[in-house]
Write a protein of this length. Sequence first.
Length: 118
Amino acid sequence: DLDSLQPERFFSPCKNEKTPHSAHRKSQARSMSDQPSQTERWQPPPVSPEDLETSCKRRKFWVIDGGCLFDSVRVRQLPSLHSQESTRPLQKGAVIEELERHRDWIRHNGGWSVVTYD
């Protein structure tokens, strides 16, 4: 139950910390009203609308099943067969997340790869 979770809190200074005695005494003399109440509920940090929209978008993943040569798929800098290869090819079994789609190409963390279907 998320409502029952509370962040752990404590008020004792570190023993190795060089704190003046008056500051140490003040921290020990806190009134009970300064202590977190047992009924206080944990609240999640605020989230921007943009972050919320991004986190709610449906994500699509692909599994590399092999390519034309050596069971791998080439990765290119742009969505074109004439574009320079950007990194090592993706090996069979690799899982990639589709970040963008352009016709038969998908962009992933490594670059662009052409998609073919069997």
